[in-house]
Design a protein around this ligand. Structure first.
Ligand SMILES: [Zn+2]
Ligand SMILES: [Zn+2]
Ligand SMILES: [Zn+2]
Length: 109
């Protein structure tokens, strides 16, 4: 094996180790952030561009594809979160009925 092959092999192993590490972190992240209605996991962490140094930062504490319900503060997937037609707050399935959230419904005459 030539020394160049050694460098290639080392690079490949390093890349695989990084990939495996990322998979583990992603699994932990998705175990932590799930829709409380259907158990759908976060689509992944939030990633944002950094300027100095230039690169991509990963925020493992912020899920994507999930929103906090304004009533119970639980994480809810796009399918189970709805906008109240009166107050426009994002509300999970459990606190909205016919497009009207629980708070607004209690104030109806
Ligand atoms: Zn859901
Ligand atoms: Zn809720
Ligand atoms: Zn409302």
């Amino acid at each position: 094996m030539s020394w160049r092959d050694k460098v290639d092999k080392w690079e490949e192993r390093k890349r695989q180790a990084e990939e495996a590490q990322r998979q583990r972190e992603l699994q932990e992240h998705q175990a932590r952030f799930r829709c409380h209605i259907c158990d759908k996991a976060s689509e992944g962490p939030v990633e944002y561009q950094t300027i100095a140094p230039i690169g991509i930062e990963t925020d493992w504490d912020t899920p994507t594809g999930l929103t906090e319900c304004s009533h119970c503060a639980k994480l809810t997937c796009d399918e189970h979160i709805h906008k109240c037609s009166r107050c426009a707050k994002l509300t999970c399935d459990e606190h909205i009925y016919k497009g009207i959230c629980q708070h607004c419904a209690e104030r109806l005459y």
